[in-house]
Design a binder for this molecule. Structure first.
Ligand code: EPU
Length: 417
């Protein structure tokens, strides 16, 4: 599973260019299954989640090739829509592939999705959405199959704000007959990226109000060239690393308007943030202030995907901070590992109470999921002495090369083989 070694206690200085967005890539790959023609995706992050999804897609007869960070995918000649690969269990994409494959082939089947174990992560709302668009689904043990009865648009009101369910509704409605209106739709930028990608391929999708998306079904989609936006969570992770270790750095190739809540939190801990077109600079002293309370929530709220990294930052802030996790039930798995490094954190229901300590100490710790792993890297940069992070395969799910990027910011970090 790999490991990373860090010698901590060094201030950071430098700049880093941000990779393409994982959570834009995943739904776009699923949507590509509806496209007859070659899709060229630029700024595509070569993360392990991308490889896993592509392996799953290859089972359908879809072909692909990489040229550096450009991915070419061709789903013109699909020959299979019932997939049995256990790869489906490694992430959330299989349930998004259902609507795409059913729309294209009339029926589909996939092993139910897995993903990082950060909560129960049910698929009940995905199933409801597919059913309401005339794609009849059946679940048997961990296999979901579906068949198109009457693929027609509908009015769908989501009773939870879910990124994946909104994306599934958009994908499944794209090739449906007539109009679909999705109310209480998620507002994450990655949802809009998916809509933009599909529109360029010939779909007719408009966000008519912040929480309402309208999809006018089309008969077919065509191959296109598309550049993925950069990853706002990777950018947030590196800004938080500078904030935690102290120093000055610039994050390049990022849209700061999608990061307002994270930047606000960093400023409240005492960092100075400078926003430019396509880049953000941060200046951070050694001392950090605590924050009364941060509550995670759907966009434009504070992203759950940044919660663990901010805990690592607040572990050495002066005073007590509270972070309340409202999206996933089990997203504090990093806490016992941070405690091994000397952090003083307790969990009460859905909140982590972080009492800032003077210093963290290097230790051997284990990544248990993607963002918690990134948080341990941040803690390692702050800690005195050597930190070894085990199971870094989790980090590779979402970061192309976290060690190289942080070396660009002057960190003493390397992958240990
Ligand atoms: N939910 C249900 N039923 C469903 C679907 C979701 O109850 O059928 C619940 C979930 O259990 C959760 C809430 O709805 O409590 C919101 O989950 P959501 O569906 O929005 O999450 P997701 O689509 O599975 C995506 C990202 C996650 C990110 C969340 C929230 C991708 C591939 N994944 O997951 O990213 O945390 O949105 O923003 O886009 C990560 O990058 O580390 C990551 C986990």
């Amino acid at each position: 599973m790999g490991s990373i070694e860090i010698i901590g206690g060094k201030q950071l200085e430098g700049e880093v260019r941000i990779q393409g967005s994982k959570n834009s890539l995943v739904p776009i790959l699923a949507a590509t299954l509806m496209i007859e023609g070659e899709v060229c995706l630029k700024n595509c992050p070569r993360i392990s989640d991308a490889y896993d999804v592509l392996e799953l897609m290859a089972e359908t007869g879809c072909s692909y090739r990489w040229e550096n960070d450009i991915l070419y995918i061709d789903a013109s000649n699909l020959n299979k829509s019932s997939l049995h690969s256990e790869k489906a269990k490694t992430n959330r994409v299989s349930v998004l592939m259902l609507g795409a494959l059913a729309g294209r082939m009339g029926c589909a089947g996939v092993v139910a999705p897995g993903g990082c174990s950060i909560g129960k992560r049910p698929v009940d709302k995905h199933i409801e959405v597919l059913n309401s668009l005339g794609i009849r689904t059946k679940e048997k043990e961990d296999y979901i199959s579906c068949v198109v009865e009457k693929h027609v648009g509908n009015y769908i009101r989501l009773n939870i704000k879910s990124v994946g369910v909104t994306e599934n509704a958009v994908i499944a409605a794209t090739l449906a007959k007539g109009t679909t209106v999705i109310a209480n739709a998620a507002r994450e930028p990655e949802v809009d990226t998916l809509c933009d990608f599909l529109n360029k391929a010939g779909a007719k999708i408009v966000r008519i109000e912040p929480g309402i998306i309208m999809v006018e079904g089309v008969k077919r989609l065509f191959g296109i060239e598309y550049t993925l936006p950069s990853d706002r969570i990777v950018a947030g992770t590196y800004l938080t690393a500078i904030a935690a270790a102290g120093g000055v750095g610039t994050i390049k190739n990022i849209e700061y308007r999608h990061m307002e809540k994270v930047l606000e939190v960093l400023e409240n801990t005492g960092c100075r943030i400078f926003k430019f077109k396509n880049e953000i600079s941060v200046f951070a002293g050694k001392k950090k202030r605590s924050i009364d309370i941060i509550t995670t929530g759907p966009y434009p709220g504070f992203p759950t995907d940044m919660q663990s990294q901010i805990i690592a930052l607040l572990a050495t802030a002066q005073g007590e901070s509270v972070i309340s996790e409202k999206v996933f039930e089990s997203r504090f798995m990093v806490v016992p590992e941070l405690i091994k490094m000397g952090a003083d954190i307790s969990i009460c229901n859905d909140s982590a109470h972080i009492r800032g300590v003077e210093r963290l100490n290097g230790a051997v710790v284990k990544a248990k999921e993607l963002r918690g792993g990134a948080a341990l890297v941040i803690a390692g940069l702050v800690a005195e002495g050597k930190t070894v992070i085990l199971n870094t395969g989790y980090i590779k799910r979402g970061y192309v090369d976290i060690a190289k990027d942080l070396r660009g910011l002057g960190a003493d970090i390397k992958e240990a083989l």
